[in-house]
Ligand binder design. Structure first.
Ligand code: UD1
Length: 419
């Protein structure tokens, strides 16, 4: 198991290329199950979660070829049961359920494991499948969905914490091959849902309203092969903006969609940083002052819950009192205990972190607990005095393509050590 050593205190400057979005690529790769014809997906990031998804697709019978960032998939003959050994490693495996149900009218997948960020149910996905006419059976750790036929209907996917991203993806992928019209109310509005819808449309699906709370899908008989380029990863971009805010002297991100990042850039500007966007690039520079923030994470277009931990790392050394609330994953605060071990002064009050900015953090051995928490620890290490040793870095490799190399190119001093 690798660990990462971050020697803090190095200023960051220069430019970095943002990779394709993990959260877009995962459901898009799963959507290739909907056709027998080959699909070509480009700008697929090289991440362990992507590797798991490609392994699942191979085991379902797909022919998978990968040449750097481009993946070609042909799902000519497939089976409908995803094997537990791989599925258990990644929660997003659940998004093969929708396309398998859509095409074969049945699917069996192990109930998802994945991040330890609280209880992560899939009741809304299953509610959507049932509304389309599927029976849902949960037995021996597996969930099986099957339907003699799928019929379009109106489905609400609004849950206690708002919309569901993968639930919207899953129901959309099943409904594209259903008989008649499906309306998804309370749909997730995330740019990754729009990206998936655009790929499905390129395959011949009829979808309107992706990116709004109401998505309308008119079922078609079959889909065909298509090519698609995955959108830039707004969470990777946001993480580099946070790094640039923490210790940057001017950092430019290439290949970003600035509009998708507004919920992250607005508070950074409010905190005093200067951000300029020009087409698909964006530069962050330090401003004259650095102010504390009040951040509330909500589904898109709100502040992304996937950026909450990284903002805690930035605010840990911002003078004054900052308040960060996660309204989507109330238990996602494992990074707080680790940041405190590095000298941060943070009080956890339920789903809210009250952060009293300290002058500096000090390097310490810390434990990565989930993907975004591990990114927060790297960011904390960049500004800490001394060396931060981050263990269990497999979490970070799930979602950040070469984060150590990219940060080193900007001037950081990060070493990956094989243990
Ligand atoms: C996706 C992202 C993840 C991000 C999250 C929220 C992928 C691969 N992952 O996860 O990085 O943090 O969106 O932006 O795209 N919920 C239910 N019942 C359900 C489904 C969800 O109660 O059936 C709850 C969840 O526990 C959570 C909230 O709804 O509190 C949002 O979860 P959801 O949007 O489904 O997250 P994912 O799609 O799994």
């Amino acid at each position: 198991m690798d660990k990462i050593l971050v020697r803090g205190g190095r200023p960051l400057s220069g430019s970095v290329k943002i990779s394709g979005s993990k959260n877009s690529a995962l459901p898009i790769l799963a959507a290739t199950l909907l056709t027998k014809e080959p699909c070509v997906i480009s700008r697929v990031p090289d991440l362990s979660d992507i590797h798991y998804m490609l392994t699942i697709l191979s085991q379902l019978g797909c022919e998978v070829e990968r040449a750097s960032g481009t993946v070609t998939i042909k799902a000519e003959k497939i089976v409908t049961e995803a094997p537990y050994e791989i599925v258990r490693k990644m929660r997003a495996s659940v998004c093969v359920l929708g396309p398998l149900l859509g095409r074969e009218k049945e699917a069996t997948v192990s109930l998802p494991g994945g991040c330890i960020i609280g209880d992560r149910p899939i009741d809304l996905h299953l509610r959507g499948f049932e509304a389309l006419g599927a029976a849902v059976l949960v037995h021996a750790g597996n969930v099986k969905v099957l339907a003699p036929e799928l019929r379009g209907t109106t489905i609400s996917l609004r849950g206690k914490f708002g919309s569901t991203v993968l639930g919207t993806d899953n129901v959309m992928m099943a409904a594209v091959l259903a008989e008649g019209t499906t309306v998804i109310d309370g749909a997730a509005e995330e740019p990754e849902v729009v990206d998936l819808a655009n790929f499905l449309i390129a395959m011949g699906a009829k979808i309107e309203g992706a990116g709004t709370r109401r998505i309308l899908i008119e079922g078609v008989k079959e889909l065909h092969g298509a090519e698609h380029e995955v959108i830039p990863d707004r969470i990777e971009a946001g993480t580099f903006l946070a790094a640039a805010a923490i210790c940057g002297e001017g950092v430019t991100l290439h290949r970003v969609h600035p509009a998708d990042l507004k919920a992250v850039t607005d508070p950074l500007i409010q905190a005093g940083f200067v951000i300029e966007s020009n087409g698909n690039q964006m530069t962050l520079r330090p401003g004259a002052t650095r102010k504390p923030l009040k951040i509330d994470a909500y589904p898109y277009p709100g502040f992304p819950p996937d950026m909450q931990a990284q903002m805690c790392a930035l605010l840990a050394t911002t003078d004054g009192i900052s308040v960060v609330t996660d309204n989507v994953f109330p238990q996602r605060f494992m990074h707080v205990a680790e940041l405190k071990r590095m000298g941060a002064n943070i009080e956890l009050q339920g789903q809210t972190a009250v952060i009293h900015g300290v002058e500096r953090l000090s390097g310490a051995p810390v434990m990565a607990s989930d993907l975004r928490a591990s990114a927060a620890l790297v960011l904390a290490g960049l500004q800490a005095e001394g060396t931060t040793e981050i263990n269990r870095v497999y979490h970070i490799d799930r979602g950040y393509e070469s984060i150590d190399e990219k940060l080193n190119m900007l001037g950081a001093d990060i070493e990956r050590v094989k243990v």
